[in-house]
Write a protein that binds this ligand. Sequence first.
Ligand code: HEC
Ligand code: HEC
Ligand code: HEC
Ligand code: HEC
Length: 436
Amino acid sequence: MRFITLGFIFFLMSSTAMAAKGDVALTILYSGNLDGELEPCGCSAEGNLGGIKRRTALLDKYKKNDPSVVIISAGGLISSEGPNDRLKSEYILKAFTHLKYDAIGLQWKDLAYGVDFSVKETLPWVASNWLNDDFQKNRKITRVINGNKVQMQFFSWLDPSQSPTLQMQGKHGDVDGDIKTLAERIAAAKKQGALTILATSLPLDVIKALIPLDTIDLLFERAAYEVYGEPKKVGGALVVQPGSRGMRLGKLSIKVDANNGSINSWEHQVLPMPESVADAPRMSAWYDEYNEKVKQNYLKQVAIRKQHESGDSLFVGEEACKTCHTKVYQVWQESDHAIAYDSLEVVGKSFDPNCLQCHTVGLDQAGGFIDMSITPHLLGVQCESCHGAGKLHVASGGKTPVPNKNWSHQKICGQCHTQPHSPSFKFDQYWPKIKH
Ligand code: HEC
Ligand code: HEC
Ligand code: HEC
Ligand code: HEC
């Protein structure tokens, strides 16, 4: 009897010792929802946190001290609210190619300028339920620390109900809405002994109802505004919550069981990025180039405005054609072209130059569309979108032909009915709908 008890205790001790031997210390630096904050504005001391140049410096420092550091983002890097956001987003994605992230979860907002825009730079995007192969479905991250191999697998879930293209005609087939497929893939990775990571922009209570948490080791829930949450264990998963706008980075120091990828213990720290974190010199060329582009854009807009104020715009707007071409006008007014600007407002994209280009008259041309309040007569697809600027034609009472008189149908419609935006366009089928 005594012998058995002793034996049992010995067994207990040795199994604890074995587990300790398989424990591997690993550091994960994480972030999420940069939300288009390329740099801090510096308007106030409290607000002067973050920015990509400081982030680079901080990540470089950690990577230098410990090359096995894992760097993860839950995505949401860019934004599309203001007119400068496209350029800013382009440079944010460029910057991330220098930052050596191991995986970045794709959020819907990362697709604001289309898939082609997001994949132009080679980044470790992951979108597990994306249907075609624009993005990786999962990403394996491997580290060997003191002879122990740690395997990680990163997944990310795009909630189909938040898809911005849902509201647009016929375009909602981008993602697999069945979360079971994802749950199975995660379970399979767990079975292989990987440390499983899932990122999604859903809040925790929603995720909990959708997917069993016991196969997920590390779960990124929707970012909080600016401030990082405290990690907590929920249903077996360690749940972390990044803070938005890139002001800070999260640092998780974990002990991983190398045999099954489980997280045995963790410590959490939030690393702020105040002014005292020096900018990474290796990002100065990138930053100068960005600022130069912003300046050029600004000067171009100023020139367009000056032209508008001088009053010598060649675009006159649809009202000016109404008097002489009354019947044609009525036909046009009934067509979808007349409401093309409203369509952008419906989907919240009436600030995006990338969209305005085909949904207004003469964007980025002298005398063309500037914005809703300055040029309200140039909204939507109008007569002058197809026939060219009409001032001289109007002034001459129709004697001077419209500028595009000799353009082919192909050339006129092809300005906007391009393959990505109007895949089923055929002149013979489309023209009858707007014939005048
Ligand atoms: C003052 C009257 C008047 C106004 C205003 C007017 N047009 Fe015309 N338009 C005419 C006349 C007249 C013709 C026929 C010219 C001909 O057959 O020689 C014409 C012809 C056209 C044609 C056929 C091609 C061509 O150039 O002959 C187009 C296209 C056209 N107009 C577009 C427009 C557009 C677009 C506007 C507004 C920007 C406009 N028109 C405003 C009088 C007008
Ligand atoms: C300046 C850009 C532009 C040009 C040029 C243009 N379109 Fe369009 N077209 C649009 C936009 C934008 C819409 C969508 C309008 C909406 O629903 O908001 C559209 C919609 C349409 C529709 C309605 C589609 C539907 O399913 O009902 C037809 C038909 C059409 N265009 C035909 C033509 C034809 C034919 C030409 C050439 C003669 C042409 N368009 C030239 C931008 C353009
Ligand atoms: C190259 C020109 C072009 C650009 C750029 C463009 N569109 Fe369009 N858009 C079109 C055309 C053409 C149609 C009509 C498609 C058709 O019916 O075949 C259209 C149709 C639409 C519609 C109406 C769909 C419906 O349900 O009737 C919406 C909404 C829309 N676009 C939003 C956008 C947004 C948002 C952007 C920017 C991200 C954008 N467009 C950029 C040309 C363009
Ligand atoms: C989406 C492009 C588009 C828009 C918008 C558009 N047109 Fe046209 N329009 C055409 C095309 C293409 C033709 C030539 C059709 C053909 O070849 O039979 C045409 C023909 C005409 C003609 C000549 C008709 C003839 O019998 O010679 C007039 C006039 C005209 N358009 C005026 C207007 C006016 C005014 C508006 C705005 C109220 C307008 N168009 C809007 C594409 C457009």
